[in-house]
Design a protein around this ligand. Structure first.
Ligand code: ZN
Length: 157
């Protein structure tokens, strides 16, 4: 019987909630399952670890500390930049934009400056996941060498 381990391609349905409030921050409900190559750092660290050994049909619930999820909130990742650096874009609070240094969120806008936060939106949060394994297969050699899953739910290239 197949189980979740390194170099398997796993497809899972999941719902992520904030343990304090019960608020759902992400869910695959009503969508295609999430498909990923196990053991290649495609997922946050604690997520794969908790699923190791699970079989198709297994439902697993676990809560990860911030450190095992999107990391602690790093105050150094909050920066003030001049508003004119945004060029044609009018920055608004709540926007997520991309830069050479990765995605960031706009948290404060004044006439002169914009405060941007490079922390993941879920940084500093413990996260609870309910996960159901819906499909498991061996990864191809090509997938293993690329470090990600191909086909439905994976990379198509
Ligand atoms: Zn590839």
């Amino acid at each position: 019987m197949s189980e979740v381990k390194d170099n398997k391609v796993a497809s899972v349905h999941y719902t992520g909630t904030l343990p304090d409030s019960g608020e759902v921050f992400d869910s695959s409900e009503g969508r295609d399952p999430l498909t990923f190559l196990v053991g290649h750092k495609n997922m946050i660290p604690g997520f794969e670890r908790e699923l190791m050994g699970a079989k198709v049909g297994d439902k697993v619930e676990f809560t990860l500390s911030a450190e095992e999820a999107y990391g602690e909130h790093n105050p150094d990742a909050i920066q003030q930049v001049p508003t004119d650096m945004f060029g044609d874009i009018t920055p608004e609070v709540g926007m997520t934009l991309n830069s050479d240094m990765g995605p960031f969120r706009v948290t404060v806008v004044t006439a002169e400056s914009v405060t941007v936060d490079f922390n993941h939106a879920l940084a500093g949060q413990a996260l609870t996941f309910n996960v159901e394994v819906v499909e498991l297969r061996d990864a191809s050699e090509e997938e293993i060498s690329h470090g990600h899953a191909h086909g439905p739910g994976g990379q198509n290239h």
